[in-house]
Design a binder for this molecule. Structure first.
Ligand SMILES: O=C(O)C(=O)Cc1ccccc1
Length: 338
């Protein structure tokens, strides 16, 4: 029996990613959690859980910042170190891609074209959705008196909320949700319009994590739909000194020297803690501390034959803090999603 935690509840896009990775074979238990931080915390602390699945980025509106910021914080607060290499308690073991077709959903059959200009719309969804349907929402806003966007902890939860509040709307007020057709079906709700996403091929990429003290080796559940490819991907995070010209180039040169191709780079700001115990290696004690620094996230793709020892040594010597988050197979959906 394997136990997979995910950003729930049932009917979310993350749930879809979970089922792609871990099809329901009678041997899998699914644990729906409320928030992304909870997915990280529970996987770290609850030994009954084997994996956690969280969203990482969306092809239309980019980074899922909650996830990036937890990876950043886990690197910075990591108690286990090998010199300046942080050894986190979690590792990434797979990726998944889910096509996100957003639907406008109501607890009642309504004609969306017939909304009056005195209508006050309240639209509920996960915050990640707003940046994926801006064009549609802008057009809708022009046809009604007001349109309010209200965050929920999940898309599926938004549909449930609208169904629970059915019939309780004030006059002229209409509650709608944005979620998947699966979520609409699950709650017996009505799809008023779909797809309403700005871009065709809107896709979210998810990470599958496990505790790094878990038994090494191939994933316990080999995905049946998402077959893997020969390409391997590794995710690394690091901090460079901002006072030395070329310090980022120095890190990237380690990859070049080892013939490793970088396929993505991004960064997130972080405010460096003042606590002197957390001073990064290589930072001079007398130097004025920068409050505003950046963590870089890079992904590299390679075949399975990489000799990581010199790469890790090189990267740790060129960065102030460094963390290797794991190697996983490039999912075949990476090539297939439009
Ligand atoms: O709320 C959900 O359905 C989630 O799984 C989070 C999310 C929201 C929008 C796109 C992808 C994932």
């Amino acid at each position: 029996m394997i136990n997979v935690a995910f950003l729930g509840p049932l009917g979310t896009y993350t749930h879809q990613a979970v089922l792609q990775q871990f099809p329901d074979d009678g041997n899998t238990q699914y644990t729906a959690l409320k928030t992304i931080p909870q997915c990280f915390q529970e996987l770290t602390n609850d030994l009954a859980l084997d994996y956690a699945v969280v969203p990482l980025e969306n092809s239309t509106n980019g980074q899922v910042v909650f996830t990036y910021d937890i990876l950043r914080d886990l690197m910075n607060e990591c108690a286990d170190h090998m010199q300046n290499q942080a050894l986190p308690k979690l590792e990434i073991v797979a990726e998944q891609y889910v096509a996100i077709d957003l639907c406008l959903i109501s607890s009642e059959a309504l004609d969306i074209e017939a909304l009056g200009n005195d209508t006050c719309l309240k639209i509920y969804s996960h915050p990640q959705v707003w940046g994926q349907a801006t064009g549609y929402l802008d057009r809708l806003r022009q046809r009604v008196h007001s349109l309010q966007m209200i965050d929920t902890t999940s898309t599926s939860g938004a549909v449930r909320y609208c169904c629970e509040k059915k019939g309780l709307d004030a006059p002229n007020e209409i509650r709608l949700a944005i979620a998947s057709s699966t979520a609409a079906k699950m709650h017996g709700a009505f799809i008023l319009d779909s797809p309403i996403n700005d871009k065709k091929g809107n896709t979210t990429r998810f990470l599958v994590l496990r505790r790094s003290d878990s038994q090494r080796g191939p994933l316990l559940a080999q995905p049946s739909v998402a077959s893997t490819s020969d390409q391997q991907v590794s995710l690394l995070t690091f901090v460079v000194t901002q006072d030395a010209p070329g310090s980022l180039v120095d890190v990237l040169n380690v990859l070049k020297e080892n013939q490793i191709n970088m396929c993505s780079i991004s960064s997130r700001p972080y405010h460096h803690p003042d606590d002197s115990k957390t001073r990064l290696q290589g930072e001079s004690t007398g130097a004025r501390r920068r409050k505003w620094q950046y963590v870089f996230f890079i992904e590299v793709n390679h075949d399975s034959a990489v000799n990581w020892a010199p790469v890790v040594t090189g990267l740790s010597s060129k960065s102030l803090r460094f963390c290797f988050w794991g190697t996983f197979s490039r999912n075949r959906r990476y090539y297939e999603m439009t």
